[in-house]
Design a protein around this ligand. Structure first.
Ligand SMILES: CSC[C@@H](O)[C@@H](O)C(=O)COP(=O)(O)O
Ligand SMILES: [Zn+2]
Length: 214
């Protein structure tokens, strides 16, 4: 595949989808202080060569401007001439696309995802038992138990990216970074949003349940 094969309509569609989800999540306060990043895969792909549209680094994600997104390749390098810098966390997106074949990745910082990542940091994962919203991950067994993986929040993003492969649990479409935020993914934007919302519900539940049990 050549990246010139990414048609203008595909790029515009990806940017429009990113804008829609960004606006919606911003209204929930899920991008405090310019945090968070979003991406959607574009064009044909193989595990070795692919491209995706991603939010530019350092932007206020609660504001829509004509220069919020850019296209990058599987290594996170821009594939078009642009003055925009891809998200500082693009390498994590690259790894998740490469390893899962997913179509969209959404990353947000919330108080609840930060709290549970610290509460269960030593354990290495957030346990959740039998909560109905686990079904949002297409896990249908009764009283299902899941563990949502937590990675350390190193300052160097490549150090985090190299841990992603060992952390991914096939049926769990997300990874927490300790006292940082959640990366949730799905086959497309619809599914990634459903997963992200389910994670956030489960994190608030896990936090409140841990308090109640005390
Ligand atoms: C401004 S705090 C958040 C950042 O350090 C980072 O974690 C983040 O999510 C946003 O980075 P960005 O480069 O804008 O994609
Ligand atoms: Zn972040």
């Amino acid at each position: 595949m050549s990246f010139s094969a990414i048609r203008l309509e595909e790029k515009q569609q990806a940017f429009a989808e990113l804008r829609e989800i960004k606006t919606l999540l911003a209204a929930r306060g899920w991008f405090p202080g310019t945090s968070g990043n979003l991406s959607i895969r574009t064009g044909e792909f193989s595990p070795e060569q692919f491209a995706f549209a991603i939010t530019a680094s350092g932007k206020d994600k609660s504001v829509n401007t004509p220069s919020d997104y850019l296209l990058v390749d599987q290594s996170g390098q821009p594939i078009e001439t642009t003055g925009l810098k891809p998200s500082a966390e693009t390498l994590i997106h690259c790894e998740i696309y490469r390893l899962t074949g997913c179509g969209a990745i959404f990353h947000v910082h919330t108080v609840f995802n930060n709290l549970v990542s610290e509460l269960y940091a030593e354990r290495g994962s957030v346990p959740v038992d039998g909560v109905e919203l686990i079904k949002a991950f297409n896990i249908w067994e009764e009283e299902a138990h899941i563990d949502i993986p937590i990675l350390p929040n190193y300052a160097e993003i490549p150090r985090i990216a190299e841990l992603v492969e060992g952390a991914i649990v096939p049926r769990i479409p997300g990874i927490l970074l300790r006292k940082h935020g959640i990366y949730a993914w799905g086959a497309n934007a619809f599914e990634a949003k459903r997963h992200l919302e389910a994670f956030e519900f489960l994190f608030e539940y896990a936090y409140r349940w841990a308090l109640l049990k005390k």
